[in-house]
Design a protein around this ligand. Sequence first.
Ligand code: EPU
Length: 420
Amino acid sequence: MQNIVVKGGARLVGEVRVSGAKNAALPILASSLLASGRSVYRNVPALGDVRTMDKLLGELGAEVTTKPGGVTLVDTSKVNNVEAPYDLVKTMRASVVVLGPLTARYGRARVSLPGGCAIGARPIDQHLKGLAAMGAKIELDHGYVEARARRLHGATIVFDMVTVTGTENLMMAAALAKGRTTLENAAREPEVEELARVLNKMGARIQGAGSPLITVEGVDELQPIEHSIIPDRIEAGTLLVAAAITRGNVLVRDCLPEHLDAVIAKLRAAGVEVTPEEGGLRVRAKAELKPTDISTQPFPGFPTDMQAQFMVLMTRAKGQSVLTETIFENRFMHVPELQRMGADILVEGRTVIVRGPNKLTGAEVMATDLRASASLVLAALIADGTTKIRRVYHLDRGYDRLDKKLRALGANMHRTRGPM
Ligand code: EPU
């Protein structure tokens, strides 16, 4: 089991490149199942969840080859299995995005129910409701969901809440369904738009992705493609906060500022200087930070995946910041660990109050989920003394060598092996 040991206090300076987006790569890899043949994906991030998706595609009979430089080839000509087993789904809930493609193309999918996870219950009822409306027969047994349909048909589906992977699953299913599907109250996240771009390249007829109303005219067949994946807006946001929190001066390269409007607006409100420059965003933070409130919202609102990182930034601000989590019911697991490092944080249901500025001190802490572990790395960067972060496999599930990137900017950190 690996740990990251950080000696706090370094100011981050230099340039850093953002990797491909995890939450775009996962459904895009799954979308390869909708066609027969070899797809080529570029800018695929090297991280744990992508390896899990590669493994899952392999279990289904696809041939997955990864090459250096972020290239992944997926050959789906020999897919012969439609079951996503418990062992893989339990390590990565996003495995559920194979449900739509398998049902649409092979007429049958058996996917282990993901169950709860560290950040909340996270049901998939909306995915199932949509597939049922498109004519799939859904059965739940022995912890698996089984969907069957000779051929899915178009339907009008209104989501009860905004769901990212729900929208993605149904968009993929609708691409091969007979007739027109409309998805209302659809997720507008850039990763949904990116998946629609990929599906349209494959021959799908999708309009409106990026808006709450998506229309899909089903087609009979899709083709494999070549595609380069968009940059990861959450990794970019995490790097922006890392630069700001250390009062650094960093150029975050290869990010798409239009995906980061809400994050940039809040950083600026907090007194951080964020300037678009040729090739990326420059972050400088010299002045004292101002307390800033956030409420997590579906895109284009402030992303839940940046809440933990922003909380650490607010421990530096002078005054009281109120952070409200509206997407997941249990996404404050980083709080007790930050409190152990000296942060003054009060939890009131789905809201936390951060009273700063706090002097954080290094401690032995434990990561419990992906974004929580990123927040602990950020806290460690500014803590007095040494912090040892355990269970960094959570970090590696979702970040492409974050510690290596931070080290290149001057952070003092290294990995050790040790107990869980
Ligand atoms: N929900 C339901 N029923 C459903 C689907 C969702 O009740 O059928 C609820 C969820 O429980 C949650 C809310 O709706 O309270 C939103 O969940 P959503 O379905 O949008 O989340 P997701 O698709 O499972 C994706 C990202 C998450 C990100 C969320 C919200 C991927 C692979 N994962 O999850 O990313 O937090 O959207 O933006 O795209 C991360 O990268 O750290 C991460 C957790």
